[in-house]
Write a protein that binds this ligand. Sequence first.
Ligand SMILES: Nc1ncnc2c1ncn2[C@@H]1O[C@H](COP(=O)(O)OP(=O)(O)OP(=O)(O)O)[C@@H](O)[C@H]1O
Ligand SMILES: [Mg+2]
Length: 255
Amino acid sequence: MLKITNLSKSFNKDNENRVDIFKNFNIEIEANKCTAIIGPNGCGKSTLLNLISGSILADSGEFILNGKDITKLSEENRAIHIGRVHQDPSLGVSPSLTILENMSLADKKGEGFSLRRLVKKDRIPKYIELLKDLDLGLEDKLDTQVKYLSGGQRQSLSLVMASMKFPDLLLLDEHTAALDPKTSHVVMKKTKELIEKYKMTTIMISHNMKDAIDYSDRVIMLDQGQIILDKASKDLTEEELMDIYRKKLDEHILH
Ligand SMILES: Nc1ncnc2c1ncn2[C@@H]1O[C@H](COP(=O)(O)OP(=O)(O)OP(=O)(O)O)[C@@H](O)[C@H]1O
Ligand SMILES: [Mg+2]
């Protein structure tokens, strides 16, 4: 479980562009479940994931992951416990390295730098097994540089790499947003299978209401850094979410 207490974060504190995005924000993310976070552009979704992964620092607040206080850990040290897939298919993989080298790097996450590029031969069957699960034929392309893969193949590879060390927490930031609808569906299905198979605690950001409901256990809607809806996915409909969205948009236009 991830517990965030009293989180505050402002950007540009010293000038007129100041944004107070989170103020005494609290949230508990359940273990072994997928929590979807939705909300309009700029409501703080990516900032929240960046604060959790440690890629930006909170002004105040506490992050407890599975009972361990990770608040003061650097991004690199948090990455030992946290896997992440970005929206941009070029992030999360090393394009000039092969699939095999990328898998090997992910496998050695948390180890020292010295021998990280050396592929351990006895681990290759494991990589092949994980890639086979994706059903994309990537297991036959182990020596292909990742830059030659399609966006969908890269995002699927990223997903396998982010989850292969069974992180305590998996962060997905609109990881299918750059893909065409069909590929997006395939990657989302694989995502759900992986999360369920390994019971991974996951936070998934999505702009797609249907995906948010279909592929998660719980949906949280943010607006201006605040939780305005928190409900089990099974009790939600797409119409209900769209209604709330529309009301919020109207409010913003009126103010
Ligand atoms: N590094 C930064 N410096 C200044 N302002 C920032 C920074 N990162 C985010 N912001 C601001 O914080 C707010 C929240 O941004 P964030 O990227 O978290 O939104 P989001 O919910 O992920 O939106 P989207 O749906 O467009 O991805 C926005 O007003 C944004 O401009
Ligand atoms: Mg974002």
